[in-house]
Design a protein around this ligand. Structure first.
Ligand SMILES: [Zn+2]
Length: 161
């Protein structure tokens, strides 16, 4: 899923139990793998590749990395702002931001793994690939279904929570 979806779900989880930040961090981090298992669409990156065996040693020297990082940064900021807009109260801003960030964290850790393929990142990367949906949806369906999913989770949490 794109980072915005992960941020909204992480923020939603945080709003359920805002006085338990450790539980929020763990649950939001774990939610990443659960919702990545749903077939979806991810935007293509130019320099970074997550295929096993791909050589990313020269990644830091690749000028296309700037484009990738700008896109990832925009996605992450948009998700963070949406999560804040939906769930923050004056008392919960810190924990909502924590939940949103923890929900997104497994994806930047994939980039760290590509540059630094060491434990425990190797195991985490294997687990991430294993949980990630193998079926890829085409982009209009794959992105609208994500938006609908994030909206549904938000709606449930805002009405029930
Ligand atoms: Zn992921």
């Amino acid at each position: 899923m794109i980072l915005s979806t992960h941020a909204v779900v992480g923020g939603a989880i945080a709003s359920l139990f805002p006085s338990h930040p450790v539980l929020v961090a763990v649950a939001a981090f774990a939610s990443h793998f659960a919702i990545d298992a749903i077939p979806h669409w991810d935007y293509p990156l130019r320099a970074i590749t997550f295929k096993p065996g791909a050589n990313n040693r020269r990644l830091l020297a690749d000028p296309r990395l700037f484009f990738d990082l700008a896109l990832i940064g925009f996605d992450a900021c948009a998700g963070l702002l949406i999560a804040i807009w939906l769930f923050v109260t004056p008392a919960t801003i810190g924990v909502i931001v924590l939940g949103a960030l923890a929900g997104m964290t497994p994806d930047p850790l994939q980039v760290v793994y590509k540059v630094l393929p060491k434990q425990p990142l190797t195991t985490l990367q294997r687990f991430h690939r294993w949980t990630h949906a193998k079926r890829r949806l085409s982009w209009p369906l794959g992105i609208s279904s994500q938006a609908l999913f994030a909206a549904s989770v938000s709606w449930i949490v805002l009405t029930v929570g």
